[in-house]
Ligand binder design. Sequence first.
Ligand code: IMP
Length: 191
Amino acid sequence: MEKLVFATNNEHKLSELRQIIGGSFELLSLGDIGCHDDIPETADTLEGNALQKARWVKERYGYDCFADDTGLEVDALGGQPGVYSARFAGPGHDSKANMAKLLAMLEGEENRRARFRTVIALIKGCETHLFEGIVDGEIMKFPSGSEGFGYDPVFRPEGWEMTFAEATPDEKNAVSHRGRAVAKLIAYLNE
Ligand code: IMP
């Protein structure tokens, strides 16, 4: 079976992918290949970060590999927080602080349009591929719901009456940025 590394330390993402990737690949974690590196994510785009992580593994460990990066892009903030979504409120701050900063910056703003965007970079042999998944929506004025993580309590997908944090994991995965990017990756791998 072909071995493929998912360059993530997030066990939740890994087990989700293991369930859907199909029988033709053995999906390995960074731990499985003995990689305990603090892989740099210093690019200023989602594409750059995803590529940086996938290349790190391919170049140092020799495995075919894919890596993802996600950001929340808010129109009224010129696309911020974008690639800086995880550390928007500064190093050591959590999702609550990130959401509080976002809501404060959007105080009084009528244009609440935003999107989550995920980019997956795959390096297979000597080929590199990028897969993108987007979900459009808007930023609510107050957080609601307790499911999910990150900015889920303040993000309402287009056409929905609730935030991502009020949805079940299956409801979210069916339309989410990551779900869509992963579906493209899997369709390509199973071609
Ligand atoms: P990552 O690239 O998946 O680690 O995501 C970077 C940051 O984007 C996370 O730390 C979260 O703040 C935010 N984020 C990514 N995916 C989601 C999501 O599905 N819901 C809410 N926030 C997310």
